[in-house]
Design a protein around this ligand. Structure first.
Ligand SMILES: [Zn+2]
Length: 239
Protein backbone atom coordinates (compact mmCIF):
# COMPACT_ATOMS: atom_id res chain seq x y z
CA UNK A 1 0.00 0.00 0.00
CA UNK A 2 1.47 3.31 -1.05
CA UNK A 3 -0.71 5.80 0.70
CA UNK A 4 -3.06 6.16 3.61
CA UNK A 5 -6.66 6.11 2.46
CA UNK A 6 -9.28 8.22 4.21
CA UNK A 7 -10.30 5.06 5.99
CA UNK A 8 -6.84 4.76 7.38
CA UNK A 9 -6.80 8.41 8.34
CA UNK A 10 -9.73 7.81 10.64
CA UNK A 11 -7.70 5.09 12.27
CA UNK A 12 -5.25 7.73 13.49
CA UNK A 13 -7.88 8.78 16.01
CA UNK A 14 -7.57 5.36 17.51
CA UNK A 15 -3.88 6.08 17.68
CA UNK A 16 -2.74 3.27 15.46
CA UNK A 17 -2.72 2.85 11.70
CA UNK A 18 -3.12 -0.56 10.10
CA UNK A 19 0.47 -0.11 8.96
CA UNK A 20 1.34 -0.32 12.62
CA UNK A 21 2.29 3.32 13.19
CA UNK A 22 1.30 4.24 16.72
CA UNK A 23 0.43 7.90 17.27
CA UNK A 24 0.15 9.54 20.67
CA UNK A 25 -0.76 13.13 21.35
CA UNK A 26 -0.17 14.90 24.63
CA UNK A 27 -0.47 18.33 26.14
CA UNK A 28 1.36 19.97 29.00
CA UNK A 29 -0.87 21.60 31.62
CA UNK A 30 1.92 24.01 32.54
CA UNK A 31 2.96 22.06 35.61
CA UNK A 32 5.22 19.06 35.82
CA UNK A 33 3.22 16.04 36.99
CA UNK A 34 4.58 14.20 40.03
CA UNK A 35 7.12 11.61 38.98
CA UNK A 36 7.69 13.02 35.49
CA UNK A 37 11.19 14.30 36.21
CA UNK A 38 12.17 10.93 37.71
CA UNK A 39 11.55 9.31 34.34
CA UNK A 40 14.04 11.52 32.50
CA UNK A 41 17.71 10.81 31.84
CA UNK A 42 20.38 13.10 33.28
CA UNK A 43 20.82 14.58 29.80
CA UNK A 44 17.08 15.35 29.56
CA UNK A 45 17.07 16.83 33.04
CA UNK A 46 20.03 18.99 32.03
CA UNK A 47 17.98 20.30 29.12
CA UNK A 48 14.98 20.89 31.39
CA UNK A 49 17.20 22.98 33.67
CA UNK A 50 18.74 24.93 30.79
CA UNK A 51 15.52 26.63 29.59
CA UNK A 52 15.30 30.28 30.58
CA UNK A 53 11.54 30.24 30.23
CA UNK A 54 10.10 28.05 33.03
CA UNK A 55 6.98 27.26 31.00
CA UNK A 56 9.02 25.98 28.05
CA UNK A 57 11.00 23.89 30.51
CA UNK A 58 7.78 22.33 31.82
CA UNK A 59 6.52 21.67 28.29
CA UNK A 60 9.77 19.92 27.43
CA UNK A 61 9.74 17.77 30.59
CA UNK A 62 6.10 16.80 30.12
CA UNK A 63 6.61 15.82 26.48
CA UNK A 64 9.69 13.74 27.17
CA UNK A 65 8.07 11.97 30.11
CA UNK A 66 4.99 11.37 27.95
CA UNK A 67 7.03 9.90 25.11
CA UNK A 68 8.86 7.63 27.55
CA UNK A 69 5.52 6.37 28.89
CA UNK A 70 4.22 5.85 25.37
CA UNK A 71 7.29 3.91 24.25
CA UNK A 72 7.47 1.95 27.51
CA UNK A 73 3.92 0.75 26.91
CA UNK A 74 4.95 -0.49 23.48
CA UNK A 75 8.24 -2.03 24.56
CA UNK A 76 6.99 -3.47 27.83
CA UNK A 77 9.65 -1.83 29.95
CA UNK A 78 9.94 0.87 32.59
CA UNK A 79 9.78 4.42 31.12
CA UNK A 80 12.94 5.42 32.98
CA UNK A 81 14.83 2.42 31.58
CA UNK A 82 14.72 3.66 28.00
CA UNK A 83 17.97 5.03 26.66
CA UNK A 84 17.93 7.18 23.55
CA UNK A 85 20.69 7.74 21.04
CA UNK A 86 21.08 9.75 17.84
CA UNK A 87 22.19 8.57 14.44
CA UNK A 88 24.65 10.90 12.71
CA UNK A 89 22.88 13.57 10.63
CA UNK A 90 22.63 12.41 7.00
CA UNK A 91 23.63 15.94 5.94
CA UNK A 92 26.63 16.94 8.05
CA UNK A 93 27.46 13.78 9.98
CA UNK A 94 27.06 15.35 13.41
CA UNK A 95 24.97 13.50 15.95
CA UNK A 96 23.51 16.53 17.69
CA UNK A 97 20.52 16.85 15.36
CA UNK A 98 20.52 13.37 13.78
CA UNK A 99 17.57 11.02 13.87
CA UNK A 100 16.84 9.81 17.40
CA UNK A 101 16.63 6.10 18.13
CA UNK A 102 15.93 3.79 21.04
CA UNK A 103 19.28 2.45 22.25
CA UNK A 104 17.98 0.44 25.23
CA UNK A 105 16.14 -1.83 25.41
CA UNK A 106 17.27 -3.33 22.11
CA UNK A 107 14.35 -3.01 19.72
CA UNK A 108 13.36 -2.61 16.08
CA UNK A 109 10.87 0.13 17.00
CA UNK A 110 11.58 3.53 15.50
CA UNK A 111 10.04 6.75 16.75
CA UNK A 112 9.74 10.45 16.09
CA UNK A 113 8.70 13.28 18.40
CA UNK A 114 7.49 16.79 17.69
CA UNK A 115 6.56 19.57 20.09
CA UNK A 116 4.85 22.90 19.60
CA UNK A 117 4.19 24.96 22.70
CA UNK A 118 2.40 22.70 25.21
CA UNK A 119 1.52 20.11 22.58
CA UNK A 120 3.48 17.06 21.56
CA UNK A 121 3.00 14.11 19.27
CA UNK A 122 4.95 10.87 19.14
CA UNK A 123 4.86 8.41 16.23
CA UNK A 124 6.36 4.95 16.59
CA UNK A 125 6.57 1.99 14.25
CA UNK A 126 8.27 -1.38 14.36
CA UNK A 127 11.03 -1.63 11.77
CA UNK A 128 9.65 1.36 9.85
CA UNK A 129 11.29 4.74 9.64
CA UNK A 130 8.91 7.46 10.68
CA UNK A 131 8.95 11.24 10.89
CA UNK A 132 6.28 13.38 12.49
CA UNK A 133 5.81 17.12 12.85
CA UNK A 134 3.31 19.23 14.75
CA UNK A 135 2.64 22.97 14.64
CA UNK A 136 0.15 25.23 16.32
CA UNK A 137 -1.83 27.35 13.87
CA UNK A 138 -0.95 30.95 14.56
CA UNK A 139 -0.89 34.25 12.69
CA UNK A 140 2.21 34.51 10.53
CA UNK A 141 3.58 36.55 7.67
CA UNK A 142 3.23 33.83 5.09
CA UNK A 143 4.21 36.00 2.12
CA UNK A 144 7.66 36.68 3.57
CA UNK A 145 8.21 33.09 4.74
CA UNK A 146 6.98 31.26 1.65
CA UNK A 147 9.83 32.06 -0.80
CA UNK A 148 12.47 30.42 1.41
CA UNK A 149 10.41 27.36 2.27
CA UNK A 150 7.90 26.50 -0.46
CA UNK A 151 8.38 25.17 -3.98
CA UNK A 152 6.93 27.06 -6.94
CA UNK A 153 3.98 24.64 -7.08
CA UNK A 154 3.29 25.03 -3.37
CA UNK A 155 3.39 28.82 -3.67
CA UNK A 156 0.89 28.63 -6.53
CA UNK A 157 -1.33 26.43 -4.36
CA UNK A 158 -1.11 28.93 -1.50
CA UNK A 159 -2.07 31.77 -3.84
CA UNK A 160 -5.33 29.96 -4.65
CA UNK A 161 -6.32 29.71 -1.00
CA UNK A 162 -8.33 32.54 0.65
CA UNK A 163 -5.94 34.74 2.67
CA UNK A 164 -7.42 33.77 6.04
CA UNK A 165 -6.53 30.12 5.43
CA UNK A 166 -2.98 30.74 4.22
CA UNK A 167 -1.20 30.40 7.59
CA UNK A 168 -2.81 26.98 8.14
CA UNK A 169 -2.05 25.93 4.57
CA UNK A 170 1.53 27.14 4.89
CA UNK A 171 1.91 25.10 8.09
CA UNK A 172 0.41 22.08 6.35
CA UNK A 173 3.23 22.28 3.81
CA UNK A 174 5.74 22.96 6.56
CA UNK A 175 4.75 19.99 8.73
CA UNK A 176 4.79 17.67 5.72
CA UNK A 177 8.30 18.81 4.81
CA UNK A 178 9.53 18.51 8.38
CA UNK A 179 8.05 15.01 8.65
CA UNK A 180 10.01 13.97 5.54
CA UNK A 181 13.19 15.65 6.74
CA UNK A 182 12.93 13.96 10.13
CA UNK A 183 12.29 10.55 8.61
CA UNK A 184 15.21 10.91 6.19
CA UNK A 185 17.50 12.09 8.97
CA UNK A 186 19.06 15.10 7.28
CA UNK A 187 18.30 17.55 10.06
CA UNK A 188 18.04 21.30 9.83
CA UNK A 189 20.14 21.84 6.72
CA UNK A 190 17.57 20.34 4.34
CA UNK A 191 16.61 22.62 1.47
CA UNK A 192 12.90 22.81 2.21
CA UNK A 193 11.99 24.60 -1.02
CA UNK A 194 13.26 21.60 -2.99
CA UNK A 195 10.96 19.16 -1.19
CA UNK A 196 7.60 19.35 -2.94
CA UNK A 197 4.82 17.94 -0.77
CA UNK A 198 1.90 18.35 -3.24
CA UNK A 199 -0.43 20.10 -0.76
CA UNK A 200 -3.41 19.71 -3.09
CA UNK A 201 -3.43 15.95 -2.39
CA UNK A 202 -4.50 14.41 0.91
CA UNK A 203 -1.68 11.92 0.69
CA UNK A 204 1.43 12.64 -1.32
CA UNK A 205 4.38 10.63 -2.49
CA UNK A 206 7.32 12.94 -1.89
CA UNK A 207 10.74 12.50 -3.43
CA UNK A 208 13.58 13.43 -1.13
CA UNK A 209 16.83 11.55 -1.60
CA UNK A 210 19.50 12.11 0.98
CA UNK A 211 23.03 10.62 0.82
CA UNK A 212 23.32 7.67 3.16
CA UNK A 213 19.56 7.11 3.37
CA UNK A 214 18.27 4.02 1.58
CA UNK A 215 14.87 5.63 0.96
CA UNK A 216 14.25 8.45 -1.50
CA UNK A 217 10.49 8.39 -1.72
CA UNK A 218 8.11 9.04 1.16
CA UNK A 219 4.42 8.61 1.82
CA UNK A 220 3.27 11.78 3.51
CA UNK A 221 -0.10 12.46 4.98
CA UNK A 222 -1.74 14.91 7.35
CA UNK A 223 -2.84 13.58 10.69
CA UNK A 224 -6.45 14.33 11.63
CA UNK A 225 -6.88 17.94 12.65
CA UNK A 226 -7.05 18.69 16.36
CA UNK A 227 -8.06 22.14 17.58
CA UNK A 228 -5.51 24.67 16.33
CA UNK A 229 -2.99 21.97 15.49
CA UNK A 230 -1.58 20.76 12.21
CA UNK A 231 0.52 17.64 11.98
CA UNK A 232 1.86 15.31 9.34
CA UNK A 233 3.58 11.96 9.21
CA UNK A 234 6.06 10.49 6.73
CA UNK A 235 7.05 6.86 6.22
CA UNK A 236 9.02 5.29 3.35
CA UNK A 237 6.81 4.85 0.29
CA UNK A 238 6.26 1.24 -0.69
CA UNK A 239 6.60 0.68 -4.37
ZN1 LIG B 1 23.36 18.01 9.99
Amino acid sequence: MNNFSSDLLQQFDRDETPDGVVIRYGRSTGRVAPGDLDLLSSEERGRVAAFRDPLRSVHFATAHAGVRRCLAGILGCDPAEIRFGRHPCAGCGRARHGRPYIDRPRTRWEFSLSRSGPHWVCAAAEGVRVGVDLERVRPMDVSSLAPGVLSAGERRHLGEVPPEFRPAEFLRCWTRKEAVVKASGIGIEAELGAIDVTPGQDCAEVNHKVPGCEFGSWSVTDLPARADLISAIAVPARS
